[in-house]
Ligand binder design. Structure first.
Ligand code: AP5
Length: 198
């Protein structure tokens, strides 16, 4: 018998805090049936559930710092194994370091799969701060209410997470998309990039 596997379509929606990853993820998963994997959402639900992992993560998140790689990678591994039916994953907020990229590639390789494309949302720092302070008025997210914490998150992104784009650029997988404008126009640009690859 010839072994067959169904290749998944795996997408990383990449960009700094406030660039619209969560907003655009909703449209993309609805249109393409991908499984949404947001490490920020998973970590917040661990905190809400007062789990050991959540307690470990909270102090880092409250200060705008990245949660240690081993904590996040284990959580992603568990989530992917819990969704064997997925047609593909939309990774939102993950990977955020080179170590996370290498771990993700290994997890996908185990399933005879890979990242198909990294769509990188480009938004100016002042627009990011404006959006996150605006969201902080209603979101209840402790890391959105203080401008210093928001700037610390952007600094973490500049120091550690831009390396993710560098990592995937070596495989020609990164496509930049303008992340300013209406939600609908940005989605149309993302959709056009996905449609040429899926
Ligand atoms: P995470 O939850 O991933 O947050 P983030 O990256 O800081 O991203 P946000 O959710 O704040 O922004 P977004 O890009 O999703 O934008 P959104 O669509 O919400 O991470 C939180 C923390 O968890 C991290 O700081 C870290 O501590 C930890 N963590 C998570 N993953 C980790 C990992 N892999 N490794 C280590 N640590 C990890 O939009 C933002 C706002 O803008 C909204 O109000 C929205 O309505 C608005 N908006 C969206 N689009 C537009 C538009 N086109 N025009 C105007 N406003 C817009």
């Amino acid at each position: 018998m010839v072994y067959q596997h169904n290749p998944m379509f795996n997408l990383i929606l990449f960009g700094p805090p406030g660039s619209g990853k969560g907003t655009q993820s909703e449209n993309i998963i609805a249109a393409y049936g991908l499984q949404h994997l947001s490490t920020g959402n998973l970590l917040r639900s661990e905190i809400a559930g007062q789990t050991i992992l959540g307690l470990k993560a909270k102090s880092f998140m409250d200060q705008g710092q990245l949660v240690p790689d081993e904590v996040v990678i284990g959580m992603v591994d568990n989530f992917m194994n819990a969704h064997p039916e997925a047609k593909g994953f939309l990774f939102d907020g993950f990977p955020r370091t080179t170590a996370q990229c290498i771990a993700l590639d290994a997890l996908l390789k185990n399933k005879s799969n890979e990242i198909n494309v990294v769509l990188a949302l480009e938004v100016s720092e002042e627009e990011l701060v404006k959006r996150l302070l605006g969201r902080g008025l209603t979101s209840g997210r402790s890391d959105d209410t203080n401008e210093n914490i928001i700037r610390a998150r952007i600094q973490e992104y500049n120091d550690k997470t831009t390396a993710v784009a560098t990592y995937y650029a070596q495989f020609n997988k990164v496509v930049s998309v303008k992340g300013e404008g209406t939600v609908e126009s940005i989605y149309a640009d993302l959709k056009a990039e996905i449609d040429t690859r899926i």
